[in-house]
Design a protein around this ligand. Sequence first.
Ligand SMILES: NC(=O)C1=CN([C@@H]2O[C@H](COP(=O)(O)OP(=O)(O)OC[C@H]3O[C@@H](n4cnc5c(N)ncnc54)[C@H](OP(=O)(O)O)[C@@H]3O)[C@@H](O)[C@H]2O)C=CC1
Ligand SMILES: CC(=O)[C@@H](O)[C@H](O)COP(=O)(O)O
Ligand SMILES: [Mn+2]
Length: 385
Amino acid sequence: MKSVSLLGATGSIGVQTLDVIASHPEQFKLSSMSVGKNIEAAEKIISKFQPEICAVQNEEDAKILRSKVRTSTRVVSGMEGLIEAAVSTDSTVVVNAVIGSVGLLPTLKAIEAKKTIALANKETLVTAGHLVMEQAKQHNVAILPVDSEHSAIYQCLNGEDPKRVEKLILTASGGSFRDRTREELKNVTVKEALNHPNWSMGAKITIDSATMMNKGLEVIEAHWLFSFDYSKIDVILHKESIIHSMVEFVDTSIIAHLGQPDMRVPIQYALTYPDRLELINGKRLNLWEVGKLHFQEMDYDRFRCLKLAFQAGTAGGLMPTILNAANEKAVELFLNGHISFLEIEELIERAMQKLSNVSKPDLETIQETDNRTRQYVESLLSKGR
Ligand SMILES: NC(=O)C1=CN([C@@H]2O[C@H](COP(=O)(O)OP(=O)(O)OC[C@H]3O[C@@H](n4cnc5c(N)ncnc54)[C@H](OP(=O)(O)O)[C@@H]3O)[C@@H](O)[C@H]2O)C=CC1
Ligand SMILES: CC(=O)[C@@H](O)[C@H](O)COP(=O)(O)O
Ligand SMILES: [Mn+2]
């Protein structure tokens, strides 16, 4: 029986993780969980899974939840609560499925507590990859990828000598606007941007996918997870999301990972690794039903966010922190109707130009820069750009 701590239980990855846990009750139990603001959903999850701890973002919501909970679950709140949910039970694995750089501190604390990390929260590695990987090495803790591309690469690399790897090839669906020109992107709406062709995901990552920043964040995530230089990481457009990613070797062989676009597969694999379990209600992939698979070279002028992410990753230091924080703020502004779709990349670029870089930043500098970047992006808005 594996005991699981789940951060972000009410989100897209969180709900699918609960589905995996419930589908194999003999294998998994939920020992702790966290939610943001959705306490109605939290109440239902608590009643079904009876975890020891539930962390809620705000104390006011925590008070309401405490008055409703009928189990012995302890309801805690704030960042302290989130960390408690990550470290204070007998769990051996923490699934980090919160959104944004808020996931960084609980990840670092969970590593210190020697928990295996099943990482969906890519912003954590983008904002402070060197700190997370150093900490994991120091405590001999595994970081297992949940992100579909990284889970695919992890499986393609299995047992291979990294020196024999030519390239990691991440596939990108192209998101909601893959067939539109830049001219056509000027007036797209939030509703259109939220309509991803292949995956049903949370709002922020769906917008990231439409701007191609998701792939940019994933390039940086791959750099840290697999220790490859950016010159060895490539992105290719593949609109069907059937090949989840590939690895090319020095002898020209390419190993690819294929499957249905179903996040329960990489979530479950991270929980069972190195073993596998049947995916309950999983749809098998019949390639004759798919028919053709399509591939296209990446156009970095069309997808400027991807270019910015490669620049930030290659520059290193604080640049990925700035890229990530500016993106989080800009996406929030777009989702709230304050800026247009193309202004997302503009604000990120301006933040990267304005804020200065520092190599090997410590945690405090990263947190301070994250805040300062968000404030800078906000200030551009109030100045009317
Ligand atoms: N969705 C997907 O298929 C994939 C997602 N990922 C990555 O996984 C992570 C989660 O994505 P996804 O599930 O789509 O996101 P969602 O927006 O669906 O869920 C986010 C979760 O985090 C909680 N949350 C939000 N803000 C805070 C906060 N400030 N403090 C604490 N908790 C908070 C939310 O709580 P509440 O709803 O209660 O407010 C919710 O439980 C992201 O990093 C994403 O990039 C990676 C690959 C695929
Ligand atoms: C499911 C998953 O891992 C997402 O990150 C997905 O990859 C988004 O798709 P694109 O970014 O390729 O549009
Ligand atoms: Mn992905």
